[in-house]
Design a protein. Structure first.
Ligand code: HEM
Length: 424
């Protein structure tokens, strides 16, 4: 091990061609995979003085850290990466913005209690009822794509629409009127949490967050008044039946705040990535056309190969150790899901995109342990439905750009294509 000046810790041998961090740039998402591979090989756990995070890249280490919630807590998972500007904070305070996290940054025993109630509201009956609605939405969106004419960008027309329609249906909101607002507010939430905004850029997003939180509070108030047959209605009824055990109104609004974001941003990204990858790897698209029942496998492989969330944070609550490296109490840790999912020690030939890969499901795209994604089944079901319908009804679909030119906005965690231009 050699010590690099400026860093408090020892680094693996720097790769001269790529610099001390093997070319890893925390916010750049265009193509992080070559740097991930070098990190796994040379610096599997390193302190990144640019961000203040300990960065972890090997599969076993990432999974072990996710599993050990007592040492590596998720309480920093939703904290803004870039500190909030005074002007943005003022807007949030004036707007009564008290949301933080419904689940992902909460800890046991509160996390256990809220997760139990939220999971109970995800009943098989509700889930089953959604399936035909999802199919209807997919078919309608495919018609919209055709109607828009060639070439078309699938992000605004398709991938941005379906997941938000699904989550609004689940929460009992009006799909026709609410899609654009929730999409805009979610973009604000993503940018304000994981983005790299200037003080000025934060201002409109702060207004977006205030509106978003108010909509969640309104949703709970409406559920008390109208007693709807929806997930929010279930949570409100549970509170009436057992006020001590169930969630209070702020907690229900926080769960809505979580679901209305987690429920679509990442699924939008998954759809964009899956379609982009299939159309880039034409042989795989042809396999899907020949056998649409391969759609669930294509979704698992897309989550492995190009996860929506490439990095997720943890906070050391006591002295810990990852792969023999001491992680002091109070350290912030960045788990590189995107690197873990291409670790050759777990996935054979990891840079090959293969929709029939036998162990693709072992990816860490949904995290691992007590915070394992609550909506994973819903995300997979709607995405597989979308792929199946696209492959069946638009087999001649193809990318209308060089895939290497597709942009991914700066973010430390999210890797989302801005556009998926296609023709047919
Ligand atoms: C492709 C789509 C999705 C991806 C890649 C994804 C990914 C993740 C990840 C990485 C976590 C954190 C796990 C951890 O900290 O260990 C998470 C948590 C969570 N996800 Fe998802 N998610 C997706 C879709 C959804 C959907 C559709 C919903 C809701 C309907 C949802 C709801 C949640 C919730 C509530 C949590 C927090 C769980 C907890 O802390 O107990 N997600 N997800």
């Amino acid at each position: 091990m050699t010590t690099t000046s400026g860093c408090p810790v020892a680094h693996g041998a720097p790769d001269d061609a790529h610099g001390v961090h093997q070319g890893y740039q925390p916010f750049e998402q265009r193509d992080p995979f070559p740097a991930y591979a070098r990190l796994r090989d040379h610096e599997p756990v390193f302190y990144d003085e640019r961000t203040g995070y300990w960065v972890v890249s090997r599969y076993d280490d990432v999974r072990a850290a996710f599993s050990d919630w007592e040492t590596f807590s998720s309480e920093n998972a939703q904290r803004p990466v870039t500190p909030r500007s005074a002007a943005a904070q003022q807007i949030l305070d004036d707007g009564g913005f008290t949301a933080y996290s419904g689940l992902s940054a909460r800890q046991p025993p509160t996390h256990t209690r809220i997760r139990k109630s939220a999971s109970a509201a995800f009943t098989p009956r509700r889930f089953k009822a959604l399936e035909p609605q999802i199919e209807t939405h997919v078919r309608q969106l495919i018609q919209d794509v055709r109607g828009a004419g060639r070439p078309a960008d699938l992000v605004p027309l398709f991938t941005n629409q379906l997941p938000v329609m699904t989550i609004l249906s689940l929460l009992g909101l009006d799909v026709q009127h609410s899609v654009a607002s929730f999409k805009r507010w979610s973009e604000s939430r993503s940018a304000m949490t994981w983005g790299h905004l200037t003080d000025e850029e934060q201002v409109p997003h702060a207004h977006g967050l205030v509106e978003y939180w108010q909509a969640c509070l309104d949703l709970v108030a409406t559920a008390h008044r109208d007693d709807p047959d929806s997930l929010v209605g279930d949570l409100v009824r549970a509170q009436r039946d057992d006020p001590d055990a169930a969630l209070d109104d702020h907690e229900i609004a926080s769960v809505c705040y979580s679901l209305l974001f987690a429920g679509h941003e990442t699924t939008t990204t998954l759809l964009g990535n899956a379609i982009r990858l299939l159309l880039t790897h034409r042989d795989q698209w042809d396999r899907l056309i020949a056998d649409p029942s391969l759609a669930p496998g294509a979704i698992e492989e897309s989550l492995r190969y190009s996860p929506s969330i490439v990095a997720w944070r943890r906070l050391a609550k006591k002295d810990g150790e990852i792969a023999g490296v001491k992680i002091p109490d109070g350290s912030e840790v960045l788990l590189l899901i995107g690197a873990a999912n291409r670790d050759p020690s777990r996935f054979e030939d990891p840079d090959t995109y293969d929709i029939t890969r036998a162990n693709a499901r072992e990816h860490l795209a949904f995290g691992y342990g007590i915070h394992y994604c609550l909506g994973n089944k819903l995300a997979k079901m709607q995405s597989a439905t979308a792929l199946r319908e696209l492959a069946t009804s638009m087999p001649d679909l193809r990318l209308d750009v060089d895939p290497d030119t597709i942009e991914f906005p700066d973010s430390i965690s999210m890797r989302a294509p801005v556009a998926v231009p296609v023709t047919w």
